[in-house]
Design a protein around this ligand. Structure first.
Ligand SMILES: CCCCCCCCCCCCCCCC(=O)SCCNC(=O)CCNC(=O)[C@H](O)C(C)(C)COP(=O)(O)OP(=O)(O)OC[C@H]1O[C@@H](n2cnc3c(N)ncnc32)[C@H](O)[C@@H]1OP(=O)(O)O
Ligand SMILES: CCCCCCCC/C=C\CCCCCCCC(=O)OC[C@@H](O)COP(=O)(O)O
Length: 272
């Protein structure tokens, strides 16, 4: 009986392996499917640990989530090369902005996430089962992207509480995933918070995934991601009139860095 199960298991694994070798779409679907299942299962386990250790929604849970997610890279053969971690060592709160390419970004986020840091996320994430639960427990700030006025209200509240509670806030200023190897124009919410709270902006750039991950061509193999944490940009003395300029400066610096890290230096010079 047990031998029968073993043989069936081996046959299924072999079949999956052959299918993955033969078809890039099957390989892609299985790897992404595995990533989602891993996120759902790990979130359930992490949620139990968060509730036992910290009792409810708190940024302290991010340490548990970070420790769990940092193991994911070994399942997918993803390696990170990180530079500039010392730039996170600013006294007190800050806004961290980074490029957003895929759901796989959670691995890169947790690889460098400083202590006492929460992310801004779309409210739809709340409805993703255990992943929604873990994002809630970790203190993620949920916004409704379809309503600028309500999103702006939440962001203004964040500007007040991040100073009172001494937390850093991680925002993806492109506002959505973008895996083209370039940046989308930046939304201004993150920069408004930074100016309102008078806290520095710390840009973080991840090299393009396109050489090993591309949903359009169904590519998903192992690969290396270069991460660079850039020096903080001060906002002391800036007003709401300076937000557009601050956004543009940050965008240009990050785009230049993205192209350099991804081996496309010439195009960085074309941007402006
Ligand atoms: C254990 C296993 C676990 C596995 C799992 C772990 C997961 C544990 C981690 C989870 C991590 C989640 C990570 C999720 C990642 C996302 O969900 S990314 C998507 C959600 N995030 C975002 O969208 C953030 C970026 N978006 C913004 O900041 C946008 O500005 C806003 C606030 C949403 C507004 O959107 P909008 O209306 O489209 O944008 P925008 O053009 O910027 O603004 C319109 C006008 O309002 C003004 N404005 C904007 N904001 C403000 C403001 N705050 N004050 C005054 N004026 C403002 C602008 O200046 C602009 O006016 P003009 O200057 O053009 O005259
Ligand atoms: C009971 C309901 C069950 C629902 C099951 C849902 C399955 C989802 C399972 C795993 C997904 C793992 C995702 C990890 C968190 C990813 C955060 C993220 O990257 O969100 C995307 C968001 O930044 C931008 O969204 P859009 O590009 O605008 O779209």
């Amino acid at each position: 009986m047990e031998l029968g199960w073993l043989l069936w298991g081996t046959a299924v694994l072999l079949l999956l392996h052959v299918l993955m070798e033969l078809s890039p779409s099957v390989n892609f679907a299985l790897r992404i499917g595995f990533y989602c299942v891993l996120c759902l299962v790990a979130s359930g386990l992490a949620a139990a640990a968060c509730l036992l250790v910290n009792g409810g929604r708190t940024v302290k849970n991010m340490r548990i989530i970070r420790a769990v997610v940092r193991t994911f890279k070994y399942f997918f053969g993803v390696r990170f090369e990180v530079k500039g971690l010392e730039n996170f060592k600013v006294e007190g709160p800050a806004i961290i902005v980074s490029n957003h390419q895929s759901i796989l970004d959670m691995m890169g986020l947790m690889e460098v996430l400083p202590d006492n840091c929460v992310q801004v996320g779309k409210k739809e994430l709340m409805y993703t089962g255990t992943v929604g639960l873990i994002t809630y427990l970790g203190g993620v700030i949920f916004i409704n992207r379809k309503s600028t006025s309500s999103a702006k209200m939440v962001m203004s509240e964040v500007a007040k509480t991040m100073v009172a509670e001494n937390v850093k806030v991680w925002v993806y200023p492109e506002g959505t995933r973008n895996c083209t190897g370039d940046l989308l124009p930046f939304k201004k919410g993150a920069f408004h918070i930074a100016v309102q709270a008078q806290v520095p902006v710390i840009p973080v750039v991840y090299s393009s995934f396109t050489t090993f991950y591309n949903p359009k061509t169904k590519l998903f193999t192992s690969g290396k991601i270069k991460v660079e944490i850039l020096p903080p940009i001060e906002t002391k003395g800036l007003t709401s009139d300076d937000v557009t300029d601050l956004t543009d400066r940050c965008f240009n610096t990050m785009r230049e860095t993205l192209f350099r890290l991804s081996g496309r230096p010439s195009e960085a010079k074309d941007s402006s």
